[in-house]
Ligand binder design. Structure first.
Ligand code: SPD
Length: 381
């Protein structure tokens, strides 16, 4: 996995810097003799303008991804009200901001989308002086390859993409074949959904075909497109918001989706289960960032909220609510052993080895989007 190698590389670079710091140091240059002149006027040193944080900010987030009680606690402590707006895919959020939407103080792009937004100059650099809790992040999240040193973003939660199912009605799906080579007589036929998300849907088809989920080979992408069109016959539809609820209610029996959402749905129906098929799946890190369009006041309040999220108790509240793994090492002391040992939340090494990150594919991004539009507009076979 490219990101794992990059993390290892970053660790080696850090180690190198530490070792260099331990080596012989050059003699410090002698301090210049003070000149006997008049003391400089008090106005000479530039004084940073203190920015008054906004009294209300808008947080553009995935749906059902934060305990609303966190907003109440933050407002009680700071007087700042957080209003939430939602999106269902990275591409939806990106298109809205590229289209000129303003007013957002905070957004939550996934790893590959952080890279795209950085390249397009769409993110503001974080002022670490306003985020003293940054050190609560686990070490590997302080140096993620798409944003070394958390220059622009702070990891929010991480998770995986696989298959959720109702285990009282169907056997555990061990292969993506349930979508791409479905049995028309199976109870799940016609009672399944796939994520309404170009990169995620193509990742499922590409991993089933044994291809890299970030391929830019057009022949492979065409093959994946044909497979996604074929799968439509077995689908009830595409959905990224309520796929887990449709399993919990028994309306659907299988869904392509994100682990935490299925795990939360177990509270409604204990028969909801989650698995990663033998071919593998996707691993991702979502991040809280500030769009470049935020005003200085919105940015100041946004940084206060990021710092609040990084508190150990608030980090734990986040995972208790959305059942996703936390990048906040300090929050772990506040989380149950049951959660920390749940393999559906923290996959064991042999499962992690089968997961891939979605990565930016440059100009091929448009090819994925065009082929996805073709999949969605194709008649059901
Ligand atoms: N209900 C919140 C789900 C957040 C999922 N974000 C993951 C995106 C990975 N492509």
């Amino acid at each position: 996995m490219k990101y794992k190698l990059t993390i290892l590389f970053s660790a080696l670079v850090v180690l190198g810097l530490v070792l260099t710091a331990c080596g012989p140091k050059p003699e410090p240059a002698p301090a210049p003799a003070p000149e006997e002149t008049e003391a400089p006027a008090a106005t000479e040193a530039p004084v940073a303008e203190a920015v008054e944080p906004a009294k209300e900010i808008v947080f553009f987030n995935w749906s059902e991804y934060i305990d609303p009680e966190i907003y109440t606690l933050f407002e009680d402590e700071t007087g700042i009200k957080v209003v939430e707006d939602n999106f269902s895919s990275n591409e939806e959020m990106l298109a809205k901001l590229q289209g000129g939407a303003t007013g957002y103080a905070l957004i939550v792009p996934s790893d590959y989308t952080v890279s795209i937004m950085k390249d397009e100059g769409m993110l503001a650099k974080l002022d670490h002086a306003n985020i003293p809790n940054l050190g609560n992040l686990a070490e590997q999240f302080q140096n993620v390859p798409y944003d070394p040193g958390n220059e622009y973003c702070v990891p929010y939660q991480w998770g995986t993409t696989g298959i959720g199912y109702l285990d009282s009605e169907v056997d555990e799906p061990t292969s993506w074949a349930v979508f791409f080579d479905p049995d028309p007589t199976a109870p799940y036929y016609g009672r399944m959904t796939m994520l309404d998300d170009a990169r995620e849907a193509f990742a499922a088809a590409l991993v089933y075909l044994g291809y890299d989920i970030n391929t830019t080979d057009e022949a492979q992408l065409e093959e994946a497109k044909e497979l996604l069109i074929k799968a439509k016959a077995a689908l009830a539809g595409y959905d990224s918001d309520i796929f887990e609820d449709l399993i919990a209610s028994g309306e659907n029996l299988m869904a392509h989706g994100w682990n935490g959402d299925f795990l939360v749905a177990q509270e409604e129906n204990e028969n909801v289960a989650y698995t990663i098929p033998q071919e593998g799946g996707v691993v991702w890190v979502d991040n809280v960032c500030i769009p470049i369009s935020a005003t200085p006041e919105q940015k100041a309040a946004g940084e206060m909220f990021i710092d609040f999220l990084l508190r150990p108790d608030i980090g734990a509240m986040l995972s208790d609510y959305n059942w996703y793994a936390t990048p906040n090492a300090a929050a772990e002391a506040n989380l149950d052993e049951e959660f920390l040992n749940d393999p559906a939340v923290y996959p064991p090494a042999e499962v992690l080895a089968k997961l891939q990150y979605i990565e930016p594919v440059g100009e091929a991004e448009a090819i994925y989007q065009r082929l996805w539009d073709e999949v969605k507009s194709a008649p059901t076979p």
